[in-house]
Design a protein around this ligand. Sequence first.
Ligand code: UD1
Length: 442
Amino acid sequence: MENNAILKGVLGLAALTGVRKIVVGGGKKLEGELEVQGAKNSILPLLSGTVLCQGESVLHNCPNLSDADAACRILNCLGCKCGREGNRVTVNSEQILNTDVPAELMREMRSSIVFLGAILGRTRQCRLSFPGGCELGPRPIDLHILALKKMGVDIKEEHGYLNCSAPKGIYGARISLSLPSVGATENIILAAATAKGMTEINNAAREPEIVDLAAFLNKCGAKVSGAGTGTIVIEGVPKLGGAEHRVIPDRIVAATYLCCAAITRGELILKNADYSHVGAMIPVLEQIGCNIYTYGSYAHSGEGKIYINAAKSLRAPHKIRTSAHPGFPTDAQPMFMALASTLKGTTVFVETIFDNRFRHAQELTRLGAKISVDNRVAVVEGVEKLSGAELEATDLRGGAALVTAALYAEGTSKITGISHIDRGYDNLVGNLRKIGAEIMNN
Ligand code: UD1
């Protein structure tokens, strides 16, 4: 039977069960051109940053994601007016009426902790529920708390809530992070932007999303320098106004599409892509046998392109070790594991950022992948054939890895748990279909 007919039959059954699924008929070579969406991990701190602005901010290139919707709900709950028209999000933060974020909104998105620094910066007080662990393991916020305390914020942990206040104001401080936490760096920048005096962050996170946040805040009147390096200096200013800003391209979404092209031994052009942000991933793709060319510079002209062309026979990259930027991103590890499952040879993955970031491995084995996991190390022995199966996404990038592998697997795969994928991918299914995948949402 034709793959399409099988897919239609499966879709009919899936509709009867009422559970949302992505259904993939594997084995189609992907070819064409795609535009990379704006970065999820930029939008969240940027939306939080608008709380500091006494005026209207406009963010362009905001993808349609459930995490972005959750951030808008938090803004509206604080009294800001957040609205969306297509990919343009407008936030008016003239008035802040509330400084508490209810537990149910905090639970919707773990990264909502990034609102802490901004609310404190604007109002000198904030109450929000303690974010728990997540799918990737425990997610402590000790570094955020230590830094804010050093800046004069009184923080009490009571009944699962963080009660924070700084009646005498927030003060600049010299802060050395024991590890370059992205969220802690963002919270410190946000709290420091309107603090009294100078703040210096040592061992700061260097991710492109930190650079994007600093660029936006500087347009609003802040004085942040050194973003993108290990030392960031913030000179506090009395107040910020609103600004207009274009969100940077999502490097993890770019990596996902590159892996989808490679796993199907296809050919793809990514538009609206910044090659400098995907630096650590390009050599891995080249090493396995893909040709990669980059055109233009997103940073200089706003027009960057990445071209990938995968050879028919690819070989395993041997070792992938995740680390903080500019190292290999932990967020791209799952999609590269899906790819490695189909390559000739063995790949060892070493995960250095999160405790529990191999949950997709077990699902990949349902397709026939050969993966053994020991704590933070996974060994993948490439196989020639994967076969379609029923899979469950248990986290955002793990879900994207399952879709990636299903594009290669013979026959039909059905993936549930797709609300995880909605958190970070705008129209993943439509985009993959556009470049030749047999894939549907149901
Ligand atoms: C951000 C990204 C996430 C990415 C991660 C690492 C957003 C919205 N999310 O998450 O997609 O996977 O960076 O690149 O931008 N840690 C502590 N104490 C702290 C803070 C962090 O021990 O106070 C640990 C964490 O448990 C983790 C590591 O540091 O093991 C990195 O965390 P962090 O860089 O803070 O990640 P997030 O900002 O949560």
